[in-house]
Design a protein around this ligand. Structure first.
Ligand code: AMP
Ligand code: GLY
Length: 423
């Protein structure tokens, strides 16, 4: 079978690496891909939102399965378009991807179906939002309704900050039309866990848990980023938590979507907070996490194509989803200054150290092939993942491997997975 992957980040590289292990796959294409993906797939210069070109390419090459890795094309309806042309695609259709595409939708769904989440209100006008915020308890959380590259969430300590936040999101439209509506949410505290799951419309199977580190600097300081590192499994995600989530969050979410006439097939990513009052949903995503995929997929024992096809065909109950009894840690190597301002175009040295390794992975995010070799081409450059028998070992291995590569302005956090030492 020929497989096409849509996207260009570390997540898509991790997906491509899993697809490359499948016995069913002869050829992998990626649109648009990056320098690392280019080593295992044929990269084609088509953007993720160029639906007509993607569809035409998939038809022409007789692609057996298109895997949509990114949120924008899912929310925009790429899967619908591919299916309309008789092509097979993995990911939710537009009417289901709204679970990520609109926070107001997902909050209303959780309220209606009693899925635990923080209390909230939705506003369509800045005046209404402000008059509510004048009387609100602080800190409080403001969220742009739509997709905002993970940056549309503001935690406000007082009314003044909230006022500025409302202005930025709803009036200045810092996140574009994502800010047409505003979700104002109760501030809750606890450990965060990411759980990715496969869904076939009715059945849901959760993958191994993971934890992301969203802030740019050690000690969870600095601005929010796309994610500076991850580990899997999360020692805080106990069997008891898992049981609660399966009963009260995972299956109810899939059932709620079906009851709303929005059958969900693909990945649901549950961003959870383990609060004193039990686990609550912070957010849903309609895709693998980045960099969660980089620690979860290398531990998955199943053939990923078998699992994805079972989701499409409504046979997920037949799959015995299995993960290795080990751990993995991913340390992101970024460009100094990310996420605010950074330079690109520096040659990356040492990449060959990862060739032929089976416990160490160098997933490319922002890289580009040039005449000088592979160069940095983004804020997040590489995701260095290592496995180990436990989290401590995986962490030591990942940091050792993070030293194998070098480029000018290389920056990383040094405390990825440090929290596990408290357990
Ligand atoms: P989200 O994109 O919704 O996951 O939000 C980004 C980050 O903001 C989360 O990973 C949390 O650290 C934080 N956050 C979101 N919602 C809340 C909330 N209701 N209370 C406290 N922190 C939150
Ligand atoms: N790592 C968080 C995300 O992918 O949204």
């Amino acid at each position: 079978m020929k497989v096409l992957i849509v996207g260009s980040g570390g997540r898509e590289h991790a997906i491509a690496a899993s697809v490359a292990k499948s016995k069913k796959v002869d050829e992998i294409y990626c649109a648009p891909g990056n320098a690392g993906i280019g080593k295992i797939a044929r990269c084609v210069p088509i953007g993720p939102m160029e639906f007509d070109k993607i569809t035409a390419f998939a038809k022409e090459k007789e692609i057996g399965l298109t895997i949509v890795g990114m949120d924008d094309p899912l929310v925009g309806g790429l899967v619908d378009q591919l299916e309309k042309e008789g092509l097979r695609a993995f990911g939710p259709r537009k009417n289901a991807a709204i679970l990520e595409g609109s926070k107001a939708f997902s909050k209303e769904l959780m309220k209606k179906y009693h899925i635990p989440t923080a209390d909230y209100e939705v506003f369509s006008s800045p005046e209404e939002a402000l008059s509510y915020l004048e009387k609100a308890k602080f800190p409080i959380v403001l969220k742009a309704d739509g997709l905002a590259l993970g940056k549309g969430v503001l935690i406000c300590e007082d009314f003044q900050q909230a006022k500025e936040g409302v202005k930025a999101i709803m009036e200045d439209k810092q996140f574009g039309s994502a800010g047409n509506r505003l979700v104002v949410e109760e501030f809750i505290t606890g450990r965060e866990v990411s759980v990715l799951s496969y869904v076939d419309g009715r059945t849901i199977k959760a993958m191994a848990s993971a934890q992301d580190h969203k802030r740019a600097q050690d000690g969870d300081l600095g601005p929010n980023t796309g994610g500076m590192g991850t580990f899997s499994p999360s020692p805080f995600y106990t069997e008891e938590v898992d049981k609660f989530c399966r009963e009260h969050i995972y299956q109810p979410t899939v059932d709620a979507m079906a009851a709303e006439g929005r059958e969900y097939k693909g990945i649901i990513f549950f961003g959870l907070m383990l609060t004193g009052n039990g686990p609550k949903v912070l957010e849903y995503n309609a895709r693998f996490g980045d960099p969660e995929a980089q620690v979860v997929l290398p531990r998955m024992k199943n053939d990923i194509i078998d699992v994805m096809e079972a989701c499409i065909d409504g046979r997920l109950h037949e799959i015995d989803l299995q993960f290795e009894e080990n751990a993995a840690v991913c340390v992101v190597l970024a460009s100094q200054g990310y996420p605010v301002k950074y330079e690109k175009g520096y040659v990356i040295k040492g990449l060959e150290r990862f060739e032929g390794q089976d416990s160490y992975f160098c997933f490319h995010a922002g890289t580009k092939e040039t005449d000088q070799g592979i160069v940095t081409n983004g804020g997040r450059v590489l995701g260095i993942t290592a496995k180990g028998k436990d989290l401590k070992q995986a962490r030591a291995n990942a940091y050792a491997a993070a030293g194998w590569v070098d480029f000018e302005n290389k920056y990383m956090r040094h405390d990825i997975g440090k929290a596990i030492e408290e357990v």
